[in-house]
Design a protein around this ligand. Structure first.
Ligand code: IPE
Ligand code: IPE
Ligand code: MG
Length: 265
């Protein structure tokens, strides 16, 4: 597979169905609170939504789904909620990885894994190894992930391996060191739960991503809600800095065949 391109260096190919969707799955706690349940009941229910979202994305022809499960700032939460989330992560890894593999899904985790207990790291590494050759669909879970951590770790690793680049390096030198180096930049970003912020998710990669915010709480985010997000995406004009006229011309320049081909793909 060719290395992913950078939307700030060249104009990426775009397709009618987003190739890569990145989601901040927010609102589990409020979903539970609305039902007079403990917050953690919302997290448990949120796992069901992940299953639905993976299936729906595969059916729609999406190739990469990246889900924000635990941010580098979520350690600030009450100890018992953090402990519950870690246990839930272990349970889900135990139960789901084989199923992902059976469905031809490549499983990846991005984030600073050093903070996790060794059992979790082992499950992650085994799951990634088992599914590494799958090409149909890539599910990435961002766990103890932070966009700033990602930029920092990428620079540190680049310079550790190529000390002479301390004098100056290019975007293309840095790109292979980002945690998400195997995926194209997200086409569509979705945040559920009503907040309109990025919360330190993929800071670098969202440069030209279409942003979609919905009040729907994550446990309620069903197929229909996903379709609404994709429909909103399909109405956007992705200009990447150009004028609308230039975009239209580039589409008609190839007889609209590029878009037409992708519509039927
Ligand atoms: C998102 O739901 C899940 C995680 C951050 C782990 P929240 O737990 O943030 O739910 P709200 O925002 O409090 O409703
Ligand atoms: C973002 O949600 C992180 C995840 C969904 C994993 P938060 O609920 O932690 O975000 P803030 O604190 O409202 O910005
Ligand atoms: Mg939240």
């Amino acid at each position: 597979m060719p290395p992913p391109t950078s939307s700030t260096r060249e104009i990426p190919d775009i397709s009618t169905v987003p190739r890569h969707i990145a989601i901040i799955m927010d609102g589990n706690g409020r979903w539970a609170k609305n039902r007079f349940l403990p917050r953690v009941a919302g997290h448990k229910r949120g796992v069901e939504t992940v299953r639905t979202a993976v299936k729906a994305c595969m059916e729609r022809g999406v190739e990469f789904l990246t889900l924000f499960a635990f941010s580098s700032e979520n350690w600030r939460r009450p100890t018992d909620e953090v402990a519950f989330l870690m246990q839930l992560f272990i349970t889900v890894l135990e139960q789901e990885v084989t199923k992902l593999h059976e469905n031809g899904i490549r499983f990846k985790v991005i984030g600073d894994l050093s903070k996790f207990e060794s059992k979790i790291i082992e499950f992650i590494r085994n799951g990634e190894a088992l599914t590494a050759e799958n090409t149909r669909f890539t599910l990435t879970i961002a766990a103890n992930y932070g966009g700033r951590w990602d930029v920092m770790q990428a620079m540190r690793r680049l310079l550790a391996e190529h000390a002479h680049l301390a004098a100056g390096f290019e975007e293309s030198d840095l790109m292979p060191y980002f945690a998400l180096n195997y995926a194209p930049e997200p086409d569509l970003f979705i945040r559920t739960g009503g907040e309109k912020r990025i919360s330190n998710f993929l800071l670098w990669q969202l440069a030209y991503t279409e942003l979609y915010f919905t009040d729907t709480l994550w446990p309620d985010f069903d197929r229909r809600a996903l379709d609404l997000a994709i429909q909103s995406y399909q109405q956007r004009e992705r200009r990447f800095g150009r004028t609308s006229e230039q975009v239209q011309k580039s589409l008609s320049g190839n007889g609209g065949s590029e878009l037409a081909a992708k519509r039927t793909a």
